[in-house]
Design a protein around this ligand. Structure first.
Ligand SMILES: CC(C)(COP(=O)(O)OP(=O)(O)OC[C@H]1O[C@@H](n2cnc3c(N)ncnc32)[C@H](O)[C@@H]1OP(=O)(O)O)[C@@H](O)C(=O)NCCC(=O)NCCS
Length: 275
């Protein structure tokens, strides 16, 4: 380094030698204009939708129109499911205990799992595996039975082949805009078998979303291994969390608006089965 090098330049060289603690590949705020995945935000607000932003920040892909419509439909279809389910109840009880929006949201997030919402991830894992192994729907049903594992994309509490879930019909209509739908077709074949056993063992809305997400990712040229990795990294659940947060913020604000007081479970609703 020559004597004429300024202190600032020397510092720059030192900084460049230092190993960084973090790597980020999705956005850059250092220039004159913030960039998402290499695109200036003035372009984003002029041309983009929220789904496009999700595509760039979550998937690092410029999503085609059908995929944007699909993601926006997921956001709408999953954005509320009434006050009775575990997540909503937790949010409402927490809000009524006088807690803030963040605490009320944390309370619902804690309920996500295989029996509530987490089924999207579970469905994705099993679907990708089954389609990649080229097994038949019949073999899959047999395998799951032998393993004593519920098929993660099958079942609805009240809906059945006699009383179909309109959300599933909307998803199937949307599927017609997809270039290919091998995962959805596989999941629907499995439904044909399971509904022979019980009419409520239908391909549920989580299953439709998981199957179409798999189809969307394979149409975006992700390899089966990359898709499997993304599913395991909880990408599918991320859509569920994002959409349902709209719902739970709504329930939190609703409780504030109603000025609801602390909730306490009444004794008649508890069986005290003690000695
Ligand atoms: C939700 C769930 C735990 C309900 O199971 P359940 O209480 O046994 O359901 P039901 O009482 O309505 O069904 C009873 C019968 O259908 C079978 N069955 C239920 N769900 C099944 C599934 N997903 N795959 C295969 N068989 C299933 C049961 O084995 C049982 O069979 P049997 O009568 O021979 O014993 C289960 O369906 C499941 O894990 N589904 C996948 C995940 C999911 O959809 N979660 C809800 C997200 S909101």
């Amino acid at each position: 380094m020559s004597d004429t090098t300024t202190l600032e330049q020397k510092l720059q060289v030192l900084q460049n030698r230092k190993k960084t603690n973090f790597t980020s590949t999705i956005s850059d705020e250092r220039g004159s204009e913030l960039e998402y995945n290499g695109h200036k935000i003035s372009d984003l607000v002029a041309w983009w939708s929220v789904a496009k932003v999700i595509g760039h920040l979550w998937l690092k892909r410029d999503l085609p129109e059908y995929a944007c419509t699909f993601i926006e439909t997921i956001m709408i279809l999953l954005a509320d499911h009434g006050p009775a389910v575990s997540g909503a109840t937790n949010t409402i009880v927490t809000a009524r205990a006088g807690k803030d929006v963040v605490s009320s949201l944390i309370a619902w997030l804690a309920t996500i799992g295989p029996r509530f919402g987490g089924a999207v991830t579970g469905a994705g894992i099993w679907l990708v595996d089954a389609v990649n192994r080229w097994i038949s729907p019949g073999e899959l049903v047999k395998e799951m039975k032998q393993k004593w594992v519920y098929i993660q994309w099958i079942w609805h509490k009240v809906k059945s082949i006699y009383d179909p879930d309109i959300r599933c019909k909307l998803m199937q209509d949307l599927a017609k805009t997809f270039p290919t739908t091998k995962h959805l077709e596989f999941a629907l074949w499995v439904e044909e078998l399971t509904t022979q056993k019980k009419p409520n063992l239908i391909l549920n809305v989580d299953g439709h979303i998981a199957a179409l997400l798999c189809d969307m990712l394979s149409d975006l040229w992700y390899t089966p291994e990359e898709i499997a990795r993304m599913v395991k990294a909880d990408l599918f659940n991320s859509f569920f969390v994002l959409s349902r947060s709209i719902w739970f913020i709504g329930h939190y604000l609703d409780q504030q608006r109603l000025n609801e007081w602390l909730y306490r479970t009444p004794w008649w609703d508890i069986l005290y089965d003690v000695e």
